[in-house]
Ligand binder design. Structure first.
Ligand code: CTP
Length: 405
């Protein structure tokens, strides 16, 4: 994202204040952001707010001070994407009908960049057939139009019309800016912990938050992949665009993974599967009694090892994760060989800044041919992109060797 340029166009609706958060998120992503505002938008939020957040001059007048000459042409042609957020009914109508009577509308009409429109208005306005027709016209031009959120609106009514959350708009921006290098590729990701019941109220689980697996699924969708996400219980919402299968136990996860593996080009097992489960799950709550009790555990199926064993039946690039607290490299290499993997992502889960529950990860990628790649400390989103880059390269090399079959 570091080389990408985005123009944020703010028009005159109450949700203009949310555009400030959007600009902050885009800048945090490393994107170079310029902001253009309509005159009405300046009544809701001052240009100074956006100037401070973007670190750049904000344009809100067509015939402003010296130096703005031709900016209305250049901005939409130098950038990768224009995001109109919020997009009012009036501004949507102007874009649909080619009216260029201020800086932002002229910039849009001269643009060669992709355009993302984020409508926000009163629900009756949004449902008005004129607005819907205008939005249809924009979609026909292959512009991306986000559906507004539903709920309480500033005008006191309820319905569709809320500006989508800035984090959701950011995800769309990432998708539009990403190289679609996984188009046509089917990827299965498993994520999260498994949960092994002891009785109706107790279970055994582990500290996996699912963040790494969900980051992989999100990045793969963004890059155009067809993604199946099989996940144990987590607090995360499944990324939009994935085919989602929630599961609980290791056995359910095994069944679901095997039912969905056919036709997958890449399978990534980021789940923290419980190695053992209680021998039996008793039907009633276990009552307090003896001073000590013991729980007998039996081994769960090793899903990844079974996938590796039967790889010839469903050829794919098979990627595992190794959660280690000691001898990271040696243990990861052992697992790679034992489970017949193409790559294993090893991480030290004893650190505070990597592994379970964190937003960052420090990983070593270990390959079948003995190569080891040490990645620097990265966010889980960045690790996801790196893992997908390498998995895609392995797939291409494999296709090259097998003559495309
Ligand atoms: N895995 C699996 N099924 C299991 C256990 C692990 O599919 N029953 C997968 C995990 O999803 C991960 C890889 O195997 O991709 C390695 O998991 P990890 O917990 O690091 O290792 P284990 O094989 O369980 O070995 P150990 O717990 O002894 O380190």
């Amino acid at each position: 994202m570091k080389t990408k340029k985005v123009v944020v166009g703010v028009t005159g609706g109450i949700a203009a204040y949310k555009a400030a958060e959007l600009v902050r998120l885009l800048v945090k992503e490393g994107i170079s952001v310029k902001v253009a505002m309509t005159q009405n938008a300046c009544r809701f939020v001052t240009p100074l707010t956006f100037e401070a957040l973007s670190g750049r001059r904000v344009i809100y007048e067509m015939f402003g001070p010296e130096g703005t000459v031709m900016e209305h042409i250049r901005w939409g042609q130098d950038s990768d994407l224009i995001v109109i957020a919020p997009a009012t009914a009036n501004f949507i109508a102007k874009m649909a009908h080619g009216i260029a009577d201020d800086f932002l509308s002229t910039c849009v009409i001269a643009a060669t960049a992709k355009i993302l429109v984020c409508p926000s208005m009163n629900d009756c306005m949004f449902k008005n057939p004129v607005v819907q027709e205008n939005l249809r016209m924009l979609r026909q031009r292959e512009w991306t139009v986000l559906e507004p959120g539903e709920g309480g609106l500033a005008c006191g009514t309820e319905g569709p019309g809320r500006l989508p959350e800035p984090a959701h708009i950011l995800e769309q921006v990432r998708t539009l800016l990403a190289a679609h290098d996984l188009a046509g590729i089917k990827i299965l990701v498993s994520a999260g912990p498994t949960l092994e019941p002891i009785d109706p109220v107790r279970y055994i689980t582990n500290r996996s938050s699912g963040k790494m697996g969900y980051a992989l699924a999100r990045a793969a969708v963004r890059r155009g992949g067809e993604v199946v996400l099989v996940s144990g219980p987590t607090a995360l919402a499944p990324p939009p665009g994935v085919v989602f299968f929630p599961v609980r136990t290791a056995e359910e996860m095994r069944r679901c993974v095997f039912e969905n593996r056919a036709g997958c080009d890449i399978v990534i097992k980021a789940a923290a599967v419980s190695d053992y489960r209680p021998k039996e799950c008793v039907g009633q709550k276990v009552k307090k009694g003896a001073e000590s009790i013991s729980l007998q555990l039996v081994k769960n199926p090793d899903i990844l090892a079974s996938l590796g064993e039967t790889k010839a039946q469903a050829p794919c690039i098979l990627v595992g994760f190794a959660a280690e607290t000691e001898d990271l490299l040696a243990n990861a290499q052992k697992k790679l060989r034992a489970k017949n993997l193409d790559m294993i992502v090893a991480n030290d889960v004893s650190r505070n800044d990597a592994g379970f529950e964190t937003d960052t990860n420090l990983v070593r990628l270990v390959f079948r041919d003995g190569r080891v790649e040490d990645a620097p400390m990265m966010t889980k989103d960045e690790v996801a992109d790196l893992v997908l880059d390498r998995a895609r390269e392995l797939r291409e090399a494999w296709l090259g060797r097998s003559g495309g079959h």
